[in-house]
Design a protein around this ligand. Structure first.
Ligand code: FES
Length: 323
C-alpha cells in the first residue's frame, strides 16, 4: 500500500482542532481531546497490525458491512445501546419508586433480560468496530480507542449489575445499570463524533455528483491511455480517475469512498472475472462497470461518470445525476 494521509502530512496543525479550540464549546473540546493523546499510538499500532494480519479478507468484509452497503458496526451498536438504555430506564423507574410493588419483580426480570441481550450482542459489535477501526487514520484511531474503552467500561458495569441481581442485591444492581448506561452514552457520543465530525464510516465520494459541473468534459486523450493503467483527469476542479481496459474506458470519482485515497494511484485487477480498480491506501476494490464495492474496507460505491470517446480522440466524461 502507498502512503496514507498521516504518512504524507505528518503534522498539519490547520487540520487539527487546535486552531479554534478556545472558541469551541466545552463538549466538542472534550470529544476532540483524544486526538492529541499521541501516547495512544503505542497501543494502537500493534493492535491495528494484529487485526489486519489476523482477519482473512472475507471475514473483514463481512464485519465491515461491505455486503450490506453500509457499515455494520453502527447497526449492531444500536442493539447494544438500545438494550442497555431500556434496562437502565426500567431500573431508574424502580429506583424512583414509580414501579408498583406487584410489578417490581417483573421489572427487574425485564431489566436483567435487556442487560443480558446487550452483553450478548457485544461480541459481534466489538469485532465489527475493531475491523473498521484498524483501517482508520491515526487521528481517528485515537478517538476510537477512547470510544472502545468507554464501551468496555460500560460492559463491565452491566456485567456487575447482572451479578448483583443474581445475588439478590437488587438496589445496587439498579444503580449499576444506571451507571452503565451513563458510561455507554459517553462511548456512543464519541462514536457519533467519530462518524460525523471525523468522517469515519461516511462516504468520501458522495459529494462528487453534486459539485462536479454538468455537461461533457474532456478528461484524457484516448491514444495516450495505457490499458489497465489508471490516470487522473478533471471534470471542472473535481478529480476523476480514467481507466482504459480491453472492454473500453471507465471514469470514476478519484476520491475513494472509504477515506478519500487517490484511486488514480491504484491498480486494475480482476475480481470474479470483473475489472476492478483497487485503492492504493487500504485495498478497497471497485468494479469499473458500476462502481460497486467488490472488496472492503469501503462499503459505499464509487460514483461512476458517463464516458465516451469523441471524434478527436478525446475521452469525455459527464456526471450522472443521483437517481
Ligand atoms: S482510502 Fe481506504 S480503501 Fe481507499
Amino acid at each position: 500500500m502507498s502512503a496514507t494521509p498521516t504518512d504524507r502530512f505528518p503534522d498539519r496543525p490547520d487540520q487539527r482542532p487546535s486552531a479554534t479550540a478556545a472558541t469551541r464549546p466545552l463538549l466538542l473540546r472534550l470529544l476532540d481531546a483524544p486526538v492529541r493523546w499521541r501516547a495512544l499510538d503505542t497501543v494502537a499500532a500493534p493492535v491495528r497490525d494484529l487485526v489486519r494480519a489476523a482477519e482473512p479478507r472475507w471475514l473483514a468484509d463481512l464485519l465491515h458491512g461491505t455486503w450490506l452497503g453500509h457499515p455494520l458496526h453502527p447497526v449492531l451498536a444500536q442493539v447494544v445501546v438500545g438494550s442497555w438504555t431500556s434496562a437502565a430506564a426500567v431500573d431508574a423507574l424502580s429506583l424512583a419508586g414509580l414501579v408498583p410493588d406487584d410489578l417490581a419483580d417483573g421489572a427487574d426480570a425485564t431489566s436483567a433480560a435487556l442487560a443480558a441481550a446487550g452483553i450478548a450482542t457485544t461480541l459481534p459489535t466489538v469485532a465489527s468496530g475493531l475491523t473498521d477501526w484498524a483501517e482508520l487514520h491515526p487521528d481517528q484511531q485515537r478517538i476510537g480507542l477512547v470510544h472502545a474503552a468507554s464501551n468496555y467500561a460500560a460492559l463491565t458495569v452491566f456485567a456487575a449489575s447482572l451479578v448483583q441481581r443474581w445475588r439478590g442485591r437488587t438496589t445496587s444492581a439498579r444503580w449499576l445499570s444506571v451507571a452503565g448506561v451513563s458510561t455507554a452514552t459517553l462511548g456512543a457520543a464519541l462514536g457519533g463524533h467519530l462518524s460525523y465530525r471525523w468522517s469515519a464510516g461516511a462516504s468520501h465520494a458522495e459529494h462528487v455528483p453534486h459539485v462536479a459541473p454538468e455537461g461533457w468534459h474532456r478528461v484524457a486523450a484516448y491514444d495516450e491511455l495505457v490499458v489497465d493503467e489508471p490516470v487522473q483527469g478533471h471534470v471542472g476542479d473535481v478529480p476523476v480517475v480514467v481507466v482504459r481496459t480491453a472492454d473500453g474506458v471507465s471514469v470514476l470519482a478519484d476520491s475513494c469512498s472509504h477515506l478519500a485515497g487517490p484511486l488514480s494511484g491504484g491498480k486494475v485487477t480482476r475480481e470474479g472475472g470483473e475489472a476492478c480498480l483497487v485503492c492504493p491506501w487500504h485495498g478497497s476494490a471497485f468494479r469499473l462497470a458500476d462502481g460497486s464495492v467488490a472488496a472492503g474496507p469501503a462499503v459505499a460505491p464509487q460514483p461512476v461518470l458517463a464516458s465516451r470517446v469523441d471524434v478527436d480522440g478525446g475521452v469525455l466524461a459527464r456526471v450522472v445525476p443521483v437517481p
